[in-house]
Design a protein. Structure first.
Length: 489
């Protein structure tokens, strides 16, 4: 009875063991399938994201082309309107005509892409002695990345990759050494209070930041190149070498497990044990995941390049948007003047309010001179009736009538800033931004009708207002003013 019970017990244990092995195998296969399905979904999402990013980049490029075309149209219109006056006609004869925009040619871009994505090494001008070695190492690193692009065989790519990695470490090392010496010099300069030396040290720190940004960009480009080359290797008929290296890696990974190459290659045998079956499943799972990860890395690299290009286009569009807004206002001014000249009646000016005009940085008020010559505009720390102006509006332009002398601020016949006109005419027209609390002041009649911004002498640090140029570069340097309402008590 005891022997029968022992036999039944062994049979029952064997059945439980088989059930456990089947459950284990099922759980393992289900886990592998879930992991592979997640990897495939990630790749699909990456492909769709890259496709959407490329489409967005094309839209941004079209927007930039439209901005260039609009700017060209505005320049032509401005030149045509300027030529309707005698002074503008002569100026057009003496100046060069507007050049049409140059659009990018796809064939040229394709040729450049075939030659590689990297341009020539960046040239750094006026490099301090401490950073010459770092700048030279960075240029060498850039040149070797160009060699990495042109490598054809796997041996060349691997050798060049090792060289680039070593050069990347050398560049970082030299930048760190130079930055450490600059930091010590800055500390010594602070102790000695040397302004010139502190200024040179600040410039050196700016160069160090520029070098670090450049080496980071080159490193990112190297990683992208390596991902792309791996993707090409897997799709260009070199799968044998890749699978061989993968087998070697797996042998190292499972060096404590004994199995032959036939098991790794997936060949089934009638005497295959359960351990060999598990190893085959692991190998197939690792191969699948490895391929998905390589494609994800390539997609990530391409996404990074596309986003960098789009960032550059967005920055360009931001700058061009300001330029277009500026030129549109110039064309509108000239058009309104031309319409006024052809109309029988002049539009009437409407009084808006009394206000004071304060310089944002210094806090001083725009005022007429306190001496007997009350036609000169100056900046004053004292707020009184000389600082109050009546704001009149006519179409898009404003008129500034001083409350103290009842004269209008504008441009004299000699082109000087003055507050002596008795009527609100074309030389007394001003233009401001939409936000009166933070605006520039433009006198419309200056610059042969192109306008001139109200500046300050001594490069903006003085107290004497004057009329400057009307270009957008001058606008960026022009002081900001606050026009606020004056309430009489």
């Amino acid at each position: 009875m005891s022997l029968f019970s022992e036999a039944q017990q062994q049979q029952r244990m064997a059945e439980v063991k088989n059930d456990n092995e089947m459950t284990e195998s099922y759980n393992r296969e289900e886990e592998y399938q879930r992991a592979q399905q997640a990897a495939v979904e990630a790749v699909m999402v990456g492909r769709e994201t890259l496709e959407a990013t490329i489409g967005q980049g094309e839209q941004l490029q079209n927007a930039e082309n439209m901005a260039d075309d609009t700017e060209y149209t505005l320049d032509k219109a401005n030149r045509m309107l300027r030529g309707m006056t005698w002074s503008g006609f002569i100026l057009n004869k003496l100046s060069r005509d507007v050049d049409p925009p140059e659009y990018k040619d796809d064939t040229i871009n394709d040729t450049k892409n075939n030659k590689g994505t990297l341009g020539p090494p960046k040239v750094y001008e006026q490099v301090p002695d401490l950073y010459k070695a770092a700048a030279q190492a960075l240029q060498n690193y850039h040149a070797n990345l160009q060699v990495l692009e042109d490598c054809e065989t796997n041996e060349q790519k691997e050798t060049c990759r090792l060289i680039c990695d070593d050069m990347h470490r050398q560049v970082n090392k030299k930048i760190t050494e130079a930055s450490t010496m600059i930091g010590q010099q800055r500390k010594d300069n602070n102790d000695s209070v040397n302004d010139n030396a502190c200024k040179d040290t600040t410039n050196d720190e700016d160069l160090a930041l520029q070098l670090q940004e450049d080496v980071s960009a080159l490193r990112q480009r190297q990683l992208v190149l390596q991902h792309v080359q791996r993707g090409l290797m897997m799709t260009s008929g070199e799968k044998t070498d890749a699978s061989a290296s993968s087998i070697n890696d797996k042998v190292k990974l499972f060096k404590n497990v004994k199995h032959n190459d036939t098991t790794v290659n997936g060949s089934s045998d009638s005497n295959t044990t359960s351990n060999d079956t598990v190893l085959i499943q692991q190998d197939q799972h690792l191969d699948t995941i490895n391929q998905q990860l390589q494609e994800l890395g390539s997609l990530a690299g391409n996404l990074n390049i596309s986003l960098q290009q789009q960032s550059e286009v967005i920055d360009s569009l931001d700058s061009k948007n300001d330029t277009l807004h500026f030129k549109t206002k110039t064309v509108n001014r000239r058009t309104e003047r031309f319409i006024q000249d052809k109309s029988w009646t002049k539009p009437r000016a409407e009084f808006v309010r009394y206000a004071w005009i304060r310089h944002q940085i210094s806090g001083q008020y725009l005022s007429v001179a306190p001496n007997n010559d009350s036609t000169t505009l100056v900046l004053s720390n004292v707020f009184n009736e000389r600082c109050i102006f009546g704001i009149w509006k006519r179409n898009r332009v404003l008129g500034l009538q001083n409350k103290y002398n009842r004269r209008w601020a504008g441009q004299s016949l000699l082109g000087k800033l003055t507050c002596s006109a008795s009527t609100f005419n074309r030389r007394e027209e001003w233009e401001v931004d939409n936000d009166w609390s933070d605006t520039t002041l433009l006198i419309v009649s200056a610059g042969w009708g192109s306008g001139g911004y109200l500046l300050l002498d001594k490069e903006g640090k003085g107290t004497q207002p004057l009329i400057g140029g009307g270009d957008i570069s001058i606008k960026k340097q022009a002081p900001k003013w606050c026009i606020d309402e004056f309430l009489e008590k």
